[in-house]
Write a protein that binds this ligand. Structure first.
Ligand code: ZN
Length: 259
């Protein structure tokens, strides 16, 4: 198995997974989506809310705010040394108190932990009109995407790497021009796929050539696209998902030994 980074910019990462199977690629994708722990607001207590929105709607919005945090410093509440009582290693408290008229943003949330704050100060939470008042306390905890979408770390997808197959061809230049993404070219009088990572398998070249050109896919090569929607780096999400897969395999092996 080989990995090659195609591009990496901010919260986005694309890489090629070579010499793998669809089963492994899909397992990796599913672990990234559903199993990598993330911190999100999970409990909200309202002391007062005279705004136009119900408590539940505000609580839901708070849960969807991505938080910046160091994953190494937090435990799941049920695995923590505090034995589910709640402590700084498994919970972060936020408080919010605002009186209208004002627009309440994520920057108005006061965190009990210096290292944990919303990814952006500009997420709107609620608009308060004159005299309207909100006072609440919230607790953020670690969770997994399979429990609730607010814990999902990233949008992850993959596709097979496209390949070109040319039987006989006359008007190569015309076919090169027809490609809407400009990924075809001519090398040594042969039609080639210059940038397979940009090809989106639109089949225009196949139609233009009367099917002498075929775009096929290689089921052992996967182009992964990861966009982090949490405070975690995309590379960390990939590494962590590999660790989780490894732990699952180990657990299976341990169980098998006992049978
Ligand atoms: Zn704890």
């Amino acid at each position: 198995m080989k990995i090659k980074i195609i591009n990496r910019k901010g919260e986005k990462l694309r890489f090629l997974l070579d010499s793998a199977t669809p089963a492994f690629a899909n397992a990796l994708r599913r672990v990234m989506l559903a199993e990598v722990p993330n911190l999100a607001i999970d409990f909200v207590e309202f002391q007062n809310n005279t705004s136009a929105l119900f408590d539940e709607i505000i609580a839901h919005r708070l849960g969807m705010i991505p938080l910046q945090f160091d994953p190494k410093k937090f435990n799941f509440t049920d695995e923590c040394k505090c034995k589910e009582k709640g402590c700084p290693s498994c919970e972060v408290f936020f408080s919010l108190e605002k009186t209208g008229p004002v627009m309440v943003y994520s920057s108005d949330l006061k965190s009990s932990n210096r290292g944990v704050k919303p990814m952006s100060p500009d997420f709107p939470i609620i608009k308060l009109l004159k005299g309207q008042y909100v006072k609440l306390e919230a607790i953020a905890r670690l969770g997994r995407g399979k429990e609730h979408a607010k814990f999902q770390n990233a949008n992850v997808s993959y596709s097979y790497l496209p390949m070109i197959e040319v039987s006989r061809i006359k008007e190569a230049k015309k076919i090169v021009k027809s490609c809407p993404r400009g990924v075809l070219g001519v090398k040594n009088r042969k039609l080639v796929l210059l940038d397979p990572y940009k090809c989106d398998d639109c089949k225009v070249c196949e139609e233009e050539s009367g099917n002498s050109v075929k775009i096929k896919t290689d089921p052992t090569k996967f182009v992964f696209s990861i966009e982090s929607i949490s405070g975690l780096e995309p590379r960390y999400i990939v590494e962590e998902s590999a660790r989780i897969l490894q732990a699952k395999a180990k657990e299976f092996k341990d169980q098998l030994r006992r049978v």
